[in-house]
Design a binder for this molecule. Structure first.
Ligand SMILES: [Zn+2]
Length: 373
């Protein structure tokens, strides 16, 4: 990852490059700030830059042998430490135990959340930490001489999740690491890091990504229109992770809208064979998405009822509003409770693992009955 691939954060990039040029690279950095602002991306890009054999003015070259290894995160002088599950009693697992899960995730995008990682680990509710066993591994790795590069890099993701025993054992190497070893700590919650660790690092506060680079990234990487990108920028607080969640939610919403309007049109027209096809296609979705569709149907029912009563509402998208302008007259005080009961019952049955094809067919036929009265 090169600096140019890191979204925004130009000031910090310049500061890091400057530190190298003036020969004052610190032996340990603490990048801290909210999730999704690019702390990990900055750390990796900086590490690649330090190690690059053919540096450009303000970035790594991207194609020397070192950069090629960095682009795949397989450089032998680059090490990662991160929270993980324990194995055995006492725990024998270290970060390396989970490297085959870690590396593809970071390679795919250095903008990931703690939840993305624990989902990847399938940790369910088990605790993920950096355990005492890690300290030996860290000390061993940094005491070896560098293989190929001038710099040996140790990126520690979420040092706030390091247990005290591990933290105490690495204090000495954090304070006085061997020559050209650089620790890069990447933290979401600086306050939760032990003060003894904090005091041995140079802090770099990473603020939210500025609006312009964020907008460009959303257009280029997620294929959003300029208008949609502007909307997402406003609500994402400079975090790519928040932006991504919002995009996914918008997509889910659009998908539910399409199916909801289709369901109502088919019901109104009394098209039984098409209704059965729709039930079949809904039955193919995951249970979570089926529930999301029924929740959406409940919300739309309430919104359209409220609209029919000419009360103010401001929760609909443009498409939903256009649909509601024609549809809301079908939802009135005589049938609104019946609609709500249909969707609630279906939700309950889906949750209880009922046959979803039958449940959705039933749902649509019930709607057909009410709407055609
Ligand atoms: Zn290079």
């Amino acid at each position: 990852m090169r600096f140019k691939d890191v979204i925004g954060q130009d000031e910090i990039k310049a500061k890091l490059v400057q530190a190298f040029k003036e020969n004052r690279v610190s032996h340990s950095y603490l990048f801290y700030g909210a999730p999704g602002v690019g702390k990990m991306a900055l750390a990796i890009a900086f590490a690649q830059y330090l190690s690059c054999e053919n540096k450009e003015e303000n970035d790594s070259c991207g194609h020397c042998p070192s950069c090629q290894k960095y682009e795949k995160l397989v450089h032998p002088d680059l090490h990662f430490v991160y929270p993980h599950l324990s194995q055995g009693s006492p725990n024998k697992a270290t970060s390396d135990t989970y490297l085959d899960l870690w590396r593809p995730m970071v390679n795919k995008s250095p903008y990931f959340s703690f939840r993305d990682w624990t989902n990847n680990l399938q940790s369910e509710n088990k605790q993920c930490m950096i355990y005492a066993a890690e300290s030996e591994s860290i000390i061993k790795k940094i005491s070896l001489k560098t293989y190929e590069s001038d710099y040996k890099i140790m990126i520690v993701w979420l040092p706030e999740k390091m247990n005290a025993e591990c933290a105490n054992k690495i204090l000495k190497v954090l304070e006085e690491p061997p020559l050209n070893t650089v620790f890069m700590l990447v933290s979401n919650n600086r306050e939760d890091i032990l003060p003894t660790i904090q005091s041995r690092t140079q802090p770099i506060k990473v603020l939210g990504i500025a609006d312009e680079p964020m907008k460009h990234a959303l257009i280029e990487r997620y294929g959003l229109s300029e208008e949609d990108a502007n909307d997402i920028v406003k609500i994402s607080n400079g975090s790519i992770i928040e932006a991504r969640q919002q995009i996914e939610q918008d997509e889910e919403n659009a998908f539910n809208f399409e199916n909801f309007t289709l369901m109502m049109r088919l019901s109104y027209a009394g098209k039984v064979p098409d209704a059965i096809e729709l039930a079949k296609s809904l039955a193919k979705l995951s249970r979570e998405r089926q529930k999301s569709f029924l929740e959406y149907s409940l919300i739309m029912t309430r919104e359209n009822f409220v609209r029919n009563k000419s009360l103010n509402l401001a929760y609909l998208t443009k498409d939903e509003e256009a649909f509601a302008s024609k549809f809301s007259r079908f939802i009135n005080e005589r049938n609104v409770n019946e609609f709500i009961k249909i969707f609630n019952d279906s939700y309950y049955q889906i949750e209880r693992n009922g046959n979803s094809e039958i449940i959705f067919a039933d749902t649509i036929f019930n709607i057909m009955r009410i709407i055609r009265l």
